[in-house]
Design a binder for this molecule. Structure first.
Ligand code: AMP
Ligand code: MG
Length: 338
């Protein structure tokens, strides 16, 4: 269902209403947020039941995730020190494993995405992630957690929100396969080969670009894992395969129907020397990472984890046109808003 404010209708763009009252009191927003609330309740229920401790992550710190591709970090003044707003919880997730073996958090992230992404339907400058990290886990074990978690969340929303799905015109029959059968799995190299064979100029050394992602996503009948991204395409914390140098032990979860990426995750790099090398390879200055590297040098557990974009998952589940429709106070790149 399309929700277009009068201000933007003539430009043919799907943008949030300038008035928060209009957005929050819209039946579409309310139905989407009710479904999202069930998804979040389902996430907490599954993760807590599986022994994950919920942590409250910081929203500011001296460093944050640099692996955010085209977007910019937000600096702030912390008593004369340059701090950043969190772009992701990754550094703190690894640190949290010093307290608990299995953790999760649900928190906002701020990334100043390029202006041209304001109309992609999937980029917000502020969004939320369900972030999970598990000590000692392999990629197979953590993708199993992703699969069970997503199935539990969607199962709960489908069971409890029939009226809201109806209002949004979303046929929940599309989730039948997802709720019953294992998610699919294919490698990055395999997806690149297929895209290139089909005439799409996918760069084999980069993440699958958005158009390519739509193509592989549209061809699927349930979510699937894309694995083994090339080293240059991701942050220093995704662990490189010992057997296959240059290939990372990571994955994305891609939704069907063209909705694209829902989640990114990986086995993590935890060895001090390898992390410093990877930082240098990715153009990061290790000197900036004082507390993190001091902690890693003393030793942190090996782990695997992931982050699910809450607005993107809600968009897929609700069948909405844009991720901002799944956010109560949407912040789009370049747009001043509440
Ligand atoms: P990343 O670490 O960049 O893979 O982000 C983790 C997840 O957060 C992605 O799989 C998306 O679901 C979501 N995400 C990332 N960037 C944005 C954004 N700008 N707006 C909305 N969701 C995002
Ligand atoms: Mg990603």
């Amino acid at each position: 269902m399309t929700l277009t404010s009068p201000e933007t209708a003539d430009r043919g763009e799907l943008l949030p209403p300038a008035d928060p009252r209009e957005h929050l009191s819209s039946p579409v927003t309310r139905a989407a947020l009710r479904i999202q609330q069930r998804l979040l309740a389902g996430a907490r229920e599954y993760l807590t039941g599986a022994g994950f401790a919920e942590m409250m992550p910081p929203i500011i710190g001296p460093v944050t995730d640099p692996g955010i591709r085209g977007s910019k970090q937000v600096d702030l003044d912390f008593y004369g020190h340059k701090y950043k707003l969190m772009t992701s919880a990754i550094l703190y997730k690894q640190a949290s494993l010093l307290a608990f073996d299995k953790i999760f958090c649900i928190a906002p992230n701020v990334r100043l995405e390029p202006l041209e992404t304001a109309n992609t339907s999937r980029h917000l400058a502020e969004f939320h992630q369900i972030d999970v990290e598990m000590a000692g886990a392999s990629r197979d074990q953590i993708t199993q957690v992703v699969e069970e978690l997503v199935r539990h969340m969607i199962g709960r929303a489908v069971a409890e929100c029939a009226e809201d799905f109806e209002l949004l015109g979303r046929d929940t029959g599309v989730f039948e396969t997802l709720l019953k059968e294992a998610f699919g799995r294919r490698t990055h190299a395999d997806a690149v080969a297929e895209l290139r064979a089909g005439g799409h100029p996918q760069n084999p050394d980069a993440e699958i670009d958005w158009q390519g992602e739509v193509i592989v996503s549209e061809a699927a009948d349930r979510p699937f894992f894309l694995t083994d991204y090339p080293k240059g395409s991701r942050g220093f914390y995704d662990r490189e395969s010992a057997e296959r140098p240059g290939v990372l032990r990571n994955f994305d979860l891609i939704a069907p129907e063209g909705y694209g990426e829902l989640c990114s995750g990986s086995e993590r790099e935890f060895d001090y020397g390898r992390i410093v090398t990877r930082m240098r390879e990715t153009g990061e200055n290790p000197a900036k990472y004082g507390w993190y590297l001091a902690m890693v040098r003393e030793g942190i557990p090996g782990s695997a984890g992931f982050g699910i974009g809450v607005e993107r998952l809600t968009r897929y589940v609700t069948g909405l046109d844009a991720a901002w429709q799944a956010n109560a106070f949407p912040k789009l790149p370049g747009r001043v808003s509440p």
